[in-house]
Write a protein that binds this ligand. Structure first.
Ligand SMILES: [Fe+2]
Ligand SMILES: [Fe+2]
Length: 312
């Protein structure tokens, strides 16, 4: 299977990659990050005679700051993603052009979220820089995924990132942050479409192999931000706030792509492919049940929290 993935299938997908790259270049807007940052709000920090950072300078709710920092640090780790993607799909032809174009677009995301956070004092700059150093030194290792697995993972991951940016923007209750994150989410959407349509083409060529890759990536999905310092604790806070939780992951990330790929209607699977599909259905049911339990527990906790008691 690995030999097939790394060789024949990639070659068969070359024309699809080229067509998807052309479509992407025709639909992607060249937007300007500096037009999304309220520069006049910026002021000096202590070294230039200004005020040092403190939390009350920010207009953002604390969990919005946490979510924005996780999103930013996730975007910051781009050198690792660039290296991983280049390793998985190579540097030749349309794939090589895509790897560099995608990297250039992703590079905007970290720089403008950082600009927004520094200018509006939404982040402790020292803590952010230490976390950035730690994140990039940890790097991101996808575990040497074969190319088909990498495409499936990236379709899920781009959609997850789109949803995370969108929901973070709404949670900020700041029109400037919401506009910036909505703009970034549009980039992530086009990236998702690129990988999504490659996977759809792969299903037509090699349904059983592609289904195995999909099942593996559903089962093993890990957010790229998992190497951010304190990620587990922050992910819980982000889930408690409803910005990104298991219900959202199941309903808004996994299921839309699985439906688009017609995973449960695809014909021509071999016996192993059929077994994998049954296992995938069981895994999704289990995830759905966990999501329901999480939402119920969260509602209970919130009903008994001191804030809700005092609201009467
Ligand atoms: Fe991004
Ligand atoms: Fe992206």
């Amino acid at each position: 299977m690995i030999a097939f993935e790394t060789g024949a299938l990639l070659t068969q997908l070359d024309a699809v990659v080229e067509a998807n790259l052309d479509r992407h270049l025709a639909s992607a807007e060249d937007w300007m990050p500096h037009e999304y940052v309220p520069w006049s709000e910026g002021r000096n920090f202590a070294v230039f005679g200004g005020e040092p950072w403190s939390a009350e300078q920010s207009r953002l709710p604390p969990i919005a700051r946490t979510a924005l920092q996780v999103n930013l640090l996730t975007e910051d780790n781009l050198p690792s993603y660039h290296a991983e993607l280049g390793r998985a799909v190579g540097r030749e032809g349309a794939w090589g052009a895509w790897v560099n174009r995608w990297t250039a677009e992703e590079g905007r995301h970290a720089s403008c979220i950082r600009d927004y956070l520094l200018v509006t004092r939404g982040v402790d700059p020292e803590q952010l820089e230490r976390a950035r150093m730690a994140t990039l030194q940890a790097g991101f290792d996808s575990g040497g995924k074969p190319p088909l697995h990498a495409c499936v993972y990236l379709a899920f991951q781009e959609l997850a990132t789109r949803v995370a940016h969108r929901n973070t923007g709404r949670y900020c209750e700041d029109p400037v942050a919401e506009r910036l994150l909505a703009r970034i989410a549009m980039d992530e959407n086009l990236h998702m479409i690129f990988y999504r349509d490659l996977v759809r083409a792969a299903i037509e060529i090699a349904p059983s192999d592609t289904l195995r890759a999909i099942a593996d990536e559903v089962a093993g999905f890990v957010m790229p931000g998992s190497v951010v310092p304190g990620f587990a604790r922050k992910a819980v806070q982000i889930a408690q706030a409803g910005i990104y939780d298991l219900r959202i992951h199941h309903d808004d990330v996994l299921m839309p792509l699985l439906r688009y790929w017609r995973v449960f209607e695809t014909e021509g699977l071999d016996a192993d492919g059929e077994r994998v599909r049954q296992d995938l259905a069981a895994a999704l049911d289990a995830l759905d049940a966990r999501a329901t339990r999480f939402i119920a527990r969260r509602a209970e906790t919130q009903a008994w929290s001191p804030a809700s008691q005092s609201r009467g």
